[in-house]
Design a protein around this ligand. Structure first.
Ligand code: ZN
Length: 149
């Protein structure tokens, strides 16, 4: 089990890096969709903004406050989202949700990139909502863009 402990502390570092130095944080000019989500249980808040051109997410930014898991997760998410087609983004959200519910196959999916660092959170049910908050916002963005078609 030593390896597991080492791996989780390594992943912990990736989470802390994103928390301390978030990627894509700030307002997005010319956003085509803005979604606000909160997790009152933990006190997390995020606002995800994306610019969609055709069926591609060309830009993603966020602002927010709350625990390291919620903020690192949305930071990692915005990093992965740029350049994704809408259906690829939907797949990504499903993959991540599966991983949060303990799916080992999903956890090995390299397309999740840094988001895989959050796998350990799946062992802490109260924190899963923190990790999924950004994805709840993404799903809302995708639902809206579908209803506009
Ligand atoms: Zn939280």
């Amino acid at each position: 089990m030593t390896t597991d402990v080492q791996l989780s502390s390594l992943y912990q570092q990736v989470i802390l890096d994103h928390y301390r130095k978030p990627k894509n944080k700030g307002d997005l000019e010319e956003a085509t969709a803005t979604v606000f989500m909160e997790n009152p249980v933990c006190g997390d808040e995020i606002r995800l903004q994306v610019r969609i051109e055709g069926d591609e997410i060309v830009e993603a930014r966020f602002v927010g406050s709350g625990c390291s898991i919620s903020q690192a997760s949305i930071s990692m998410l915005t990093q992965v989202l740029k350049g994704k087609k809408l259906d690829e983004a939907a797949l990504l959200a499903n993959r991540f949700t599966e991983m949060m519910h303990g799916d080992e196959t999903a956890a090995r999916d390299r397309s999740l990139k840094d988001l895989r660092a959050l796998q350990g959170v799946s062992k802490f049910p109260v924190r899963i909502k923190c990790a999924l908050l950004g994805f709840d916002a993404l799903k809302e963005v995708l639902d809206r863009s579908r209803s506009e078609e």
